[in-house]
Design a binder for this molecule. Structure first.
Ligand code: PEP
Ligand code: MG
Length: 328
């Protein structure tokens, strides 16, 4: 099977009826990028910047961050790298920023924390911008957004950082480009603010891991209830369909970067809903490429029509597995 998948390497990421699907990777360590020959992926859909922060004993300096981000952007300047601003809190603690809370997942995490500490946010965004000097492949996105005013405040800080870095690098002879800016859709409240958000951002990215957790009110790390955690729950599927329909109408690009994008059944159903950008762990990439190349868009759409009528995740999974078997 592995050889069979390797043979796909030079072929386009497209369905049988030639619908292009961007297959992107999720990264947290620059190693994951440098180790690869780069013909398979279409760039990085999610760079979890908290990972290098978690591996240190103190906040990395602006200079250290510039070096790290520069090395990511330079792997292939023709491919986009979507950097997410720091997403700590919840299940991702920083050893040097201890937070004790009764409900960490409903607490001080992601954009909430960095807006309360604009100095952390500004240093990080300045470092991203400095790293991108002379390049045009940086995108920046915000985690855990629940309100429009968070986006306005954060983008105001991004513009401030852009102004500062432009001034500081004026004599470098290299151009500083304003990156595309986006938000993660992972808190259910944003489902009802898509038009308002769309008028502010260049792109959306769905965090289906957190969206599932918050939509179903299930802490995936709590063993008593984790069996109920399922991204194929009918409510999650309908939410995903709702998002892609609204975003398409508003002509905003959407990537999905949660775990389901890297599962064959998940990718099949997302493609059938109309998703054309999926971001996943690198090891899933060729498998998902195979799934996309084995199906037509109308076939996948017809399957989704059926799946959206189902009442349990088990039925959905069974139908997806059956379809995957038929595809080979
Ligand atoms: C998600 O929530 O689906 C996501 C991609 O972000 P993380 O897993 O880092 O919270
Ligand atoms: Mg998330």
């Amino acid at each position: 099977l592995f050889e069979h998948l390797q043979g796909l390497s030079e072929l386009p990421n497209a369905s049988l009826d030639e619908c292009d699907v961007k297959l992107l990777i999720n990264a947290g360590l620059s190693i994951e990028l440098e180790n690869t020959h780069s013909s398979d992926d279409d760039g990085v859909g999610l760079y979890r910047t908290e990972v290098p922060f978690m591996m240190r004993e103190r906040f990395p300096s602006e200079k250290e961050q510039v070096e790290l981000y520069r090395s990511m952007l330079m792997v292939d300047p023709n491919k986009t790298i979507t950097m997410r601003t720091l997403d700590v809190g919840g299940d991702k603690p920083l050893p040097y920023l201890p937070i004790t809370e009764e409900n960490p997942f409903l607490g001080w995490r992601g954009i909430r924390l960095t807006l309360d500490h604009p100095e952390i946010f500004l240093v990080q965004v300045r470092a991203m911008l400095k790293a991108s000097l002379g390049l045009t492949n940086l995108k920046i996105m915000l985690p855990m957004v629940s309100s429009v005013n968070e986006v306005d405040e954060a983008f105001r800080l991004v513009r401030q950082a852009f102004f500062e870095v432009s001034e500081e690098t004026r004599d470098s002879g290299q151009t500083l480009a304003m990156p595309q800016l986006g938000v993660m859709l992972e808190v259910p409240a944003v489902l009802y603010q898509i038009p308002q958000l769309a008028s502010r951002v260049d792109f959306f990215s769905i965090g289906s891991n957190d969206l599932t957790q918050y939509l179903l009110a299930i802490d995936r790390n709590n063993a008593r209830v984790s069996a109920l955690y399922d991204s194929y729950h009918p409510a999650v599927l309908r939410a995903l369909k709702f998002i892609i329909d609204q975003a398409s109408r508003l002509e905003k690009p959407v990537t999905l970067c949660g775990e389901m994008a890297g599962e064959p059944g998940g990718a099949l159903l997302l493609f059938g809903m109309g998703y054309r950008q999926l971001s996943m762990n690198r090891h899933s990439l060729l498998k998902i490429k195979w799934v996309i190349r084995s199906v037509t868009s109308s076939e996948a759409e017809a399957l989704v029509d059926e799946l959206l009528q189902m009442n349990t995740p088990e039925e959905v999974r069974e139908a997806l597995n059956l379809k995957l078997e038929i595809l080979g």
